[in-house]
Design a protein around this ligand. Sequence first.
Ligand code: TRP
Length: 337
Amino acid sequence: MSNNTVFSGIQPTGELHLGNYFGAVSNWVRIQNSKLYQPIYCVVDLHAMTMPYDPHTLRQNTENMFIDLLAAGLDPEQSIVFVQSMAPEHTELAWVLGCVCAYGDLTRQTQFKDKSEQLEGKQDAFISAGLFTYPVLQAADILLYRAGLVPVGKDQEQHLELSRDIARRFNTQFGEYFPEPAVLSTETPKLLSLADPTRKMSKSLGPKHYVGLFEDEKSVRAKVRSAVTDTGEAGTEIGAGALNLIGLLRACGKLDIAQAFEREYANGPRRYAPLKEAVAEALVELTGAMRQRREVIAADRERVKRLMREGAEKARAIARATMKDVRRMTGLPKHEA
Ligand code: TRP
């Protein structure tokens, strides 16, 4: 059996930015459009509950991320696009898999260590058990659809490895059932913060550090204009900030323009004003088109709600069948949820 089911998830952390878009979502769209796979994409709201959050904001962010994904090019006719908590089988399978996941393996997850250390520094630090068992839920997300391929970045490779360990242990204990999911790796550009090009583009650093995929022209131009670069003096090496701007041009498909700057910069002083102008142009073009699409989709709220329901139904059709097998294999009573 060839397994071409692709699964990936994104946390509803607020609007998509260029880092998420070029690093993940545009790749999801390419996977979908290649027609080589059966893609399933999920807004993982349950994962977002593992860090301190506000309920009202979570609900809004979840719906907004669903709309963002459609605007960015996911097509509910070609991909299953849905919200994790609307398919309760995810949490049900997570419990079962938690019982075939080694406690010691969870203690070695670097993302847990990083995030819990971040929290420890804060006042009223609270580190939830959910943050600790997060990778089990992630394994459930993937295995519920018996997906073989998972497009994720480097930072998620350890979680994927754990998903394989969990699948293997389940199979050993209860019989061959889950495929071991592999990372579907593609070259995606790693975009850096505009204000601090020593760090990757991320929302948590603050608004100066990222450009939103739907951001308005004025603020896109302002952010690009104030992007940090080196002095450009002849004979010095080109810095990370300027390379990041060239990377943005390439990500936007402006390969010729990017190459022209590279040629110009190879010898002699580097003038960055024209580069910034070109980057701003490319980004204004992209974000303008994205914003227009988003406005059309968001205007029909009834349709959005319907697409969320239909996405969840399609996901659940697969998820229910898996849970039926899992219940049988693991000694739970027959039960139709
Ligand atoms: N942990 C992933 C992240 O933070 C999101 C995620 C949740 C995910 N479940 C998944 C990614 C399943 C791929 C497959 O980016």
